[in-house]
Ligand binder design. Structure first.
Ligand code: SF4
Length: 360
């Protein structure tokens, strides 16, 4: 295993749609938390030098520079491959020059920023506090200071959002020095502020229209649509996320983090106090060969590259092309097959969930 996910749950403000594992930042928790992360990883023991590290959250850059330095100094001691992809998620308004210098000093070479939208009224509804000028300034600053691999998150499907507003967001994103865009349709999850306010999702038709606009505009501007919701300039696909989608193992440490080590998939407790007291896995799933077959289909068919039929047959002794469900989906042109690869064509990715349910 060569991939490590580190969850930093602290946030300075809480977004109205958020159901991620997060807590309000409190200085008293940060050092014990970093110590607990170190202990968790020690328990697993790294088997090989890391090829990707992803510090996600939460808001990793809600940590003070001193706290970040403690975290990054510890990560410095872990064995790494020379061409490692090393990402940190950032909240745009918390980014400073000093922080970027710290990232550079410790070898971080990719920054992922949750922009969501540039429209003030939607941002206010989401309880996010940046604006378009700040986004432009901070992203250009990161690039100028030397981190050239930058992802931004684009959210859509806000209540009352228009196609024109979405198009304006995309056009603005395209003026930025970015290499990767992750897109999210706003979900109204239970226990979030939006849910309590009884905010209703937009219609499925409008959601589909928005998704199509994103795909079309990004493709037109040389972003490859390589995963259902992810787009990258050539050579900038997220190596870390490809680990998940290619069904490979990874370490996940921290509250709420998931991992896949040998034949065990696990999710950690979401309770900070329990985690600090040494509780780790909340859920564990032992992965049999049969279950792994399903994961492999579910995950790899999210990718434009799909999966190799011969590799699948060698691994599981199953000829996918002989299965009735596969034949059915091929007849409906929901699945294609070329040069040993089976995949969902790009224009059907939007209904990939339905296709996968039928396959399984
Ligand atoms: S910054 Fe991210 S993790 Fe924190 S509240 Fe907002 S969406 Fe949730």
């Amino acid at each position: 295993m060569e991939a490590l996910y580190i969850h930093i749950p602290f946030c300075k403000t809480i977004c109205s749609y958020c159901d991620f594992c997060k807590v309000f930042y409190q200085e008293k928790w940060t050092k014990p938390y970093i110590e607990a992360l170190r202990k968790e990883l020690d328990e697993y023991g790294l088997s090989r030098p890391l090829s990707t590290i992803y510090i996600g959250g939460g808001t990793p850059n809600s940590l003070s520079n001193k706290e970040l330095e403690i975290l990054l100094n510890w990560i410095d001691t872990l064995p790494k491959q020379e061409n490692i992809e090393y990402t940190i998620e950032c909240n745009v308004e918390l980014i400073t020059k000093e922080q970027i210098s710290l990232f550079l000093k410790h070898g971080i070479n990719r920054v992922s920023i949750g922009i969501q939208t540039t429209h003030d009224h939607h941002l206010a509804k989401l309880n996010r506090h940046h604006n378009q000028d700040e986004i432009e300034y901070k992203i250009n600053l990161i690039s100028r200071m030397g981190i050239k691999n930058i992802n931004v998150d684009l959210m859509y499907a806000f209540p009352n959002e228009t196609m024109e507003e979405l198009e304006k967001d995309i056009n603005f994103f395209l003026t930025l020095p970015i290499t990767h865009i992750s897109t999210y349709s706003l979900m109204i999850e239970p226990n979030t502020k939006l849910y309590i306010e009884n905010i209703q999702p937009i219609s499925e038709d409008l959601d589909a229209e928005m998704y199509n606009l994103i795909c079309h505009k990004l493709k037109e501007n040389n972003f490859e649509h390589y995963e259902i919701s992810n787009f990258a300039k050539i050579g900038y696909q997220s190596k870390h996320n490809l680990t998940y989608w290619r069904n490979k193992g990874y370490y996940g440490i921290g509250v709420g983090a998931s991992g896949y080590i040998e034949n065990l998939r696990y999710t950690n407790t979401r309770s900070l106090t329990a985690y600090l007291n040494g509780t780790r896995h909340l859920e564990e799933e032992s992965i049999s060969k049969e279950l792994n077959q399903e994961y492999e289909l579910l995950l790899k068919l999210r990718l434009k590259e799909g999966l190799s039929i011969s590799e699948y047959q060698n691994k599981y002794g199953i000829d996918l092309l002989s299965l009735d469900s596969v034949k059915r989906e091929m007849r409906k042109q929901n699945i294609e097959y070329h040069d040993d690869r089976m995949f969902i064509p790009e224009h059907k990715l939007y209904i990939s969930n339905e296709i996968l349910v039928d396959l399984l």
